[in-house]
Write a new protein. Sequence first.
Length: 455
Amino acid sequence: MPLAARMRPKSFDEFFGQGHLVGPSAAFRRAVEADRLGSVILWGPPGVGKTTLAEIVANVTHARFERVSAVTAGVADLRRIVDEAKLARAPKKPDPSDLFAEQSAPSKPNRTILFIDEIHRFNKAQQDAILPHVENGTVTLIGATTENPSFEVNAAILSRCRVFVLKALTEDEVRSVIERALNDPQRGYGRLELEISGEAEEALVGLANGDARSALNMLELCVSVAEAEASGNPAKVELPLLESAVQRRLLLYDKGGEQHFDLISALHKTVRGSDVDASLYWLARMLESGEDPLYLARRIVRMASEDIGLADPQALGLCIAAQQAVHFIGMPEGALALAEAVAYLAAAPKSNALYAAYGKARSDVEQTRNDPPPLHLRNAPTRLMKEIGYGEGYKYAQDYEGGIVYQQNLPDSIAGRSYYQPTNRGYEEVLAKRIAKIKAIYAAGEQNTERDSSE
């Protein structure tokens, strides 16, 4: 058997990851151990334990267990399983002609658990065929899918199942899977004279990308090659052998260390410097080395606000769309959405005027008195508030020419502060003219107000 099949956990205690399902106090585990599991859908990426959980259910529960793959099974297979489930469900009466049989009460009916691997591959007719038998309890359904069940599984089935979400394994969990395979003398390589370098093991962990099956398949291939080359000496798995076996150059990258911060700094500064080519290179370096694409999406959104700002108001929307695309379609397809956003940001006009303006406003919040808003800006929902002047004298801007009118909008202690100074780059050139016009109207209005008050 392949290494991944041999190392498949046989109990909850052997299982790595998914603590929210297999932990000692997890509802899923308690239901299985009590043999009271209802119909469920297991949704998660490949190699995280969906099929393994189903097999553990088969080992732990007292129910009959039927397994089919939606790739090969059809309606006829489902009907056969349902017919057998009905027979098993019917209580059997003792045969009075059997003199040696215990004359006891009829035996309890036997439940049937139906596991459908890759249930998203069943079409609507195939899913409909199993629906009534799930509803009336003839079978308890466990479906496994890598696709969003909201889109791929009939709403009627979903309404009768609880969906459990499985997550990609962490690097520590993948590392534990690899080390168990290396040390297990019965199912793994514990009996072999085998050495694996730290670099090769870390590269395996990174290449697996949270997929335990992928990690074990790559390890098995590397060990096979290493044994063939050992010629009676201890087999050694080192980084060059791993690169040769998987036919991929491994980019050594510390996602939590100095290199991570150096590369994201290079990406941000080349975007700020309007170098499209260098920006795409640093993005590719990080993605192809295994960086979390959603981390990069978050940083790109920040770049849009910090370095482009209102010089191109479309930049932020494009970056949010790229983040949504990565979240929706995942990798590697999502890389192009990030590349589009990075190229757009690098080519866009730059302005940090908004970044600087917010910094000034924040500094005033931190360093000056936090006075209340002027009375005319406050709502007056009660009679008392109106009597003490809340809302009095407020000018509704829409009633004035151009929708602009002067009134003091800041507390007295910081009245007249100016934070935002637009540049003449991109759309900010338009905003600068607009803001200059507004300030001229404000200045005239302020002079009139002062003259009225002096009179």
